[in-house]
Design a protein around this ligand. Structure first.
Ligand code: NAG
Ligand code: NAG
Ligand code: NAG
Length: 248
């Protein structure tokens, strides 16, 4: 069914586009939907495409003055294309804990409004709340995103916060609103410091696939978080911030 309110995302300036290739053989991926602005019904081991848009907080609201509901970045009523925005597209494997990275050596989120929204779907347009990433003085580099499915259709995306326990006592970090650790931008590489302030987004999946099989990765994240999941990604750990190193 054509729905004129929606159209594919490629009108957005897709300057960087990461395709996270599944680590196992692609034959297990039965999902033929590659656009983050189309609806997919997935089963375990499928790839699943979703997008992350960077823009200012108010760019994600159709009417910043009214309290109208937030729209999906796929919805052209938002006119993100004419706004100062960027989109990254990812295709992780469903029900595997993945760590997505966005290299900030040439991309400063604060130049694009400083907030991000994760989104996927068209008729079932799901999108997260905008979450703060960076302003000119601070950047948050560590995120956990939960993708919640019901019978294989994405219902909800949300950012999980784990508080500031892991960053307290480290001088490079600042705790914001008792919710997340931020790094002073002046400590970042290319900005006068020596920390790699690339963004790390840890994904997990909850709910059920189209065969009612239950996703387990969110359960694993909850239980592993106390040891910091970054330990699972030893190859990435050195290139990401040293934020959690003392816990390995
Ligand atoms: C924004 O608000 C105006 C006036 O209330 C309304 O006419 C318009 O449809 C709204 N735009 C969206 C995208 O909801
Ligand atoms: C950036 O955001 C942090 C956290 O909200 C805030 O403490 C700081 O004052 C902001 N900096 C600027 C320049 O707005
Ligand atoms: C980001 O890119 C720079 C330059 O290409 C590279 O030196 C750095 O290691 C990269 N960081 C990550 C986390 O991949």
């Amino acid at each position: 069914m054509a729905n004129s309110r929606f159209r594919p995302i490629n009108f957005l300036p897709l300057v960087f586009c990461f395709l996270i290739v599944p680590l196992t053989e692609s034959s297990s991926d039965t999902n033929s939907v590659y656009s983050p602005c189309s609806d997919a019904k997935i089963q375990r081991k499928d790839g699943f495409s979703f997008g992350i848009a960077f823009a200012g907080y108010s760019e994600f609201l159709p009417n910043s003055s009214s309290n109208s509901p937030q729209l999906s970045p796929c919805d052209r009523r938002l006119s993100l294309s004419s706004a100062n925005s960027q989109v990254a597209v990812f295709r992780p494997k469903v029900d595997e804990i993945s760590l997505l990275t966005i290299n900030t050596s040439n991309f400063f989120p604060d130049s694009y409004g400083g907030y991000m929204v994760a989104f996927a779907g068209r008729k079932y347009a799901a999108r997260s709340r905008p979450t703060f990433v960076a302003n000119s003085s601070h950047i948050v580099t560590s995120f956990t995103l939960v993708l919640e499915f019901k019978k294989g259709t994405l219902q909800n995306l949300y950012w999980k916060r784990f508080g500031c326990a892991l960053c307290s006592g480290n001088g490079a970090f600042v705790c914001i609103n008792n919710q997340y650790c931020a790094i002073r931008t002046s400590s970042c590489k290319n900005r006068g410091g020596n920390i790699d302030c690339s963004l790390g987004i840890q994904l997990s999946f909850s709910g059920t696939d189209k065969h009612d099989s239950v996703f387990n990765s969110w359960y694993e994240v909850k239980n592993l978080r106390q040891y910091s999941l970054f330990g699972l990604y030893s190859n990435l750990r050195d290139s990401l911030t040293s934020q959690f190193n003392k816990f390995f």
